[in-house]
Design a protein around this ligand. Sequence first.
Ligand SMILES: [Zn+2]
Length: 110
Amino acid sequence: MRAIETSLDNLWRKRVREKFNNRCCMCGSNNNLECHHGVAKRRMKSTRWDIRNGFLLCTKDHAFVENNPNWFEKWVRSKIGDDLYDEIKRQSRVPFHGEYEKWKEHLKGE
Ligand SMILES: [Zn+2]
């Protein structure tokens, strides 16, 4: 993987942790936390570094949502709304052309 992608991944995880105050967004635990791409999967680079696509989960809840994708989609939709969910989903299908600088700004700013 390119160094810039590793660095964006690290920054994304940091920002997602901040967004949820280092708590699992399902049970509130602050132990064994992992970042999860909630709308479009990690391999979809056009939304890989979108903070809005990030959710912080404990290991237990992470395993649960991996095993219950339909339930999780409903849960995410109820949290962020259908409009945003569909927008991120749509954006994830746009081909990625190496817009690393754009994501660096997104992760740095706000
Ligand atoms: Zn949890």
